[in-house]
Design a protein around this ligand. Structure first.
Ligand code: AHM
Ligand code: MG
Length: 277
């Protein structure tokens, strides 16, 4: 099942990379269930992934950031929640973007997550898959090469934080100031895939998208973005919390629900806990 899934994601990534290379980045008149205006590319990528995933016998259903409801089949026992094209707002400026996937057993909830993956569309096409352990694939232009998987050390030196700064809570301002006082460097592109991938590849640091006074539940969606990355970061030796609780122990009531999130290595997450206690 794992190998079939990896192959399907590799197929999807090549097709999506192809549509990204065409020059149009036009917006549609429609919004997704979170209220974001959709790009034609969001819908195309969503369709590519939907068609590929529904071919797999072991898939019982799918849901994406672009769909208001899940689609179910009669067979299969695994559910996939995905963000077909994460970083829609930075496509126009030609920055790296990605796709994110969470594989759930029978129910869309954190405790049922059994695998996760993301694709990075950058100068290179890359895929990280986490099952029992991490797998890292890079496309050479001709085929896929598996490389040794990245791992998080106890501490890094990168700080990537989102949310509108004027709406940050005091504890978040203090946390970020403290990291910079310790010599952390700012690395934030506005795309969680390249931002979290950079921290993973460099072996440590902190990514945060906090709750703010204008967005008390943060921005990033549990099923499509936060839980899959929490799973991947834990498999890489890191930690992932909402400020206090482990992300993978959070409940979910609505498919499109969001949460504040902090993902990183042990040292930085301990610091988050201290500032958010
Ligand atoms: P999207 O799924 O509509 O692209 O939004 C998610 C993106 C993340 O990739 C990124 O971390 C975040 O939104 C950036 O938000 P902001 O522009 O508020 O910093
Ligand atoms: Mg997204």
């Amino acid at each position: 099942m794992q190998q079939n899934f990896i192959s399907i994601l590799q197929n999807c990534s090549l097709k999506i990379q192809n549509i990204l290379r065409q020059s149009h980045t036009n917006y549609l008149n429609s919004t997704n269930p979170s209220g974001d205006t959709q790009l034609a590319l969001d819908i195309q990528a969503d369709k590519i992934i939907e068609e590929e995933l529904l071919k797999l016998d072991f898939i019982k259903g799918i849901c994406s950031e672009e769909k208001s409801k899940a689609i179910y089949k009669n067979n299969g026992s695994y559910l996939v929640a995905y963000d077909p094209l994460d970083g829609s707002s930075i496509i126009e400026s030609n920055l790296s973007v990605g796709s994110i996937f969470g594989i759930y057993e029978k129910e869309f909830k954190a405790s049922k997550l059994i695998g996760a993956a993301y694709i990075v569309y950058g100068p290179r096409l890359e895929l990280i898959f986490a099952g029992d352990k991490l797998h890292y694939y890079v496309h050479t232009g001709e085929d896929w090469q598996e490389k040794s998987p990245p791992a998080l050390k106890k501490k890094g030196n990168i700080n990537a934080t989102g949310g509108t700064q004027k709406y940050w809570e005091t504890n978040h301002k203090k946390l970020i100031e403290n990291l910079f006082d310790e010599g952390y460097r700012l690395r934030y592109s506005g795309g969680m895939v390249p931002d979290l991938h950079q921290i993973l590849i460099k072996g440590g640091g902190l990514f945060s998208y906090p709750s703010t006074s204008d967005a008390p539940k943060g921005k990033l969606r549990k099923l499509f973005e936060v839980f899959p990355f929490a799973f991947i970061y834990e498999k890489a030796g890191g930690e992932a919390i909402d400020g206090k609780n482990r992300l993978l122990e959070l409940d979910i009531k609505d498919l499109h629900e969001s949460t504040a999130c902090f993902l990183g290595s042990e040292y930085e997450i301990k610091k988050v806990r201290n500032f958010y206690e």
